[in-house]
Design a protein around this ligand. Structure first.
Ligand code: AHG
Ligand code: MN
Ligand code: MN
Length: 341
């Protein structure tokens, strides 16, 4: 079994510009171990600190603690020019001459902190584009040099890509080393499992309603087979399951105020997950367009996010296309959908 640092060094031994990635991930891996130990030790980590983050979410103690830990890791790595975090209104400028920009969701799944459900950290690594470093993270996802997410669950796992496939590591508790357990993961093209927060059904736009309605009709509907549903409420946990056994994840836009573009943030949630998913043979869109090609216009902007098994992402795209053309009476939509008369 190979350790993470050995793999990273071997991948880029001959390429000095990639050495920065090795230095960064060495520091980030240690930071994720520190966060994992904090979580395992418990305490009032899920208590609100009485502040809101830039996106208006209540900040939990662990959100802030994890942000402090990863910011310090970025600073110690000496290769990060700007640190762009869900928990920071603006980018934290560290060293303008450093080669990398780090965009991060330090603690994903905050609503699950106090109930011992898997939570995680999501990481996107971009090149330093120069110029105004406050705007440095606003690059399309195709510019990413690396992406990763950690899941702090029954096991602490790490999914990572540097553009040559997505690998899975597991933290070995006794040695504290991330060991490679699955190399070049492949997400199954087909699936019978979808993940969506079904409590928002009445708020979804027609394409989502009709897609899910047809899944629920099972063998009696146009899909002619039954589907299963899972929703953890931690993007990293749902994503980890999809890498493991396939599936499709949807956080679409809906009619709630502030949710027209869904809940998930493009730069430090959707883009890194999309890079990892595509490197594992899956797809990631906003319902219609490839996530990685979206040009961000501000650090905390949201995007609808659909990712996972290629076939289901494509199916949803066909419902979106039909809805755009207004052909709600097509064979696909000929029936009344479960959520609307
Ligand atoms: P965060 O805790 O970083 O704000 O992320 C939570 C996200 C994501 O992890 C999860 O998929 C989604 O919020 C759950 O949203 P709902 O609570 O609306 O289902
Ligand atoms: Mn998150
Ligand atoms: Mn978060």
């Amino acid at each position: 079994m190979t350790a993470l640092d050995a793999r990273l060094s071997a991948l880029h031994a001959d390429d000095s510009s990639q050495k920065a990635l090795v230095d960064l991930f060495t520091h980030l891996a240690q930071a994720s171990k520190d966060v994992s130990e904090l979580i395992a030790a418990g305490g009032a980590l899920g208590s609100s600190v009485g502040e809101e983050n830039a996106d208006g979410d209540q900040q939990k103690a662990l959100d802030v603690l994890a942000d402090d830990i990863f910011l310090e890791a970025a600073r110690q790595s000496k290769v990060v020019a700007a640190y762009c975090s869900e928990e920071q209104e603006d980018a934290v400028i560290l060293d303008e001459s450093a080669p990398l920009v780090l965009a991060i969701d330090p603690l994903d799944g905050s609503s699950n902190i106090d109930v011992n459900v898997s939570i995680g950290t999501i990481i996107s690594v971009l090149p330093n584009p120069g110029g105004d470093l406050q705007a440095s993270a606003m690059q399309p996802g195709t510019h990413q040099l690396a992406a990763a997410f950690m899941v702090y669950g029954p096991q602490t796992t790490l999914f990572v890509t540097t553009g040559s496939g997505t690998d899975l590591y597991r933290l070995h508790p006794a040695t504290g080393v991330f060991m490679l357990i699955d190399e070049a993961i492949e997400i199954p093209e087909e699936t019978s499992e979808y993940a969506i927060n079904a409590s928002n059904a009445r708020q979804w736009f027609p394409a989502t309603q009709r897609y899910v309605s047809d899944l629920l009709l099972g063998v009696d509907g146009p899909r002619e087979r039954n589907f299963n549903m899972r929703w953890v409420g931690s993007l990293v946990a749902d994503a980890g399951r999809i890498f493991n056994r396939g599936g499709v994840f949807l956080y679409p836009g809906d009619q709630r105020k502030k949710y027209e573009s869904g809940r998930l943030r493009l730069i430090y949630e959707a883009n890194p997950v999309a890079f990892l998913v595509e490197q594992a043979g899956g797809s990631a869109t906003n319902g219609s367009d490839r996530i990685l090609e979206i040009q961000p216009s501000e650090i905390h902007q949201r995007t609808p996010l659909v990712f996972g098994s290629k076939t289901e992402v494509r199916w949803l795209g066909s419902y979106e296309a039909e809805a755009r053309q207004g052909h709600s009476d097509s064979p696909l939509f000929g029936h009344r959908n479960l959520f609307r008369s």
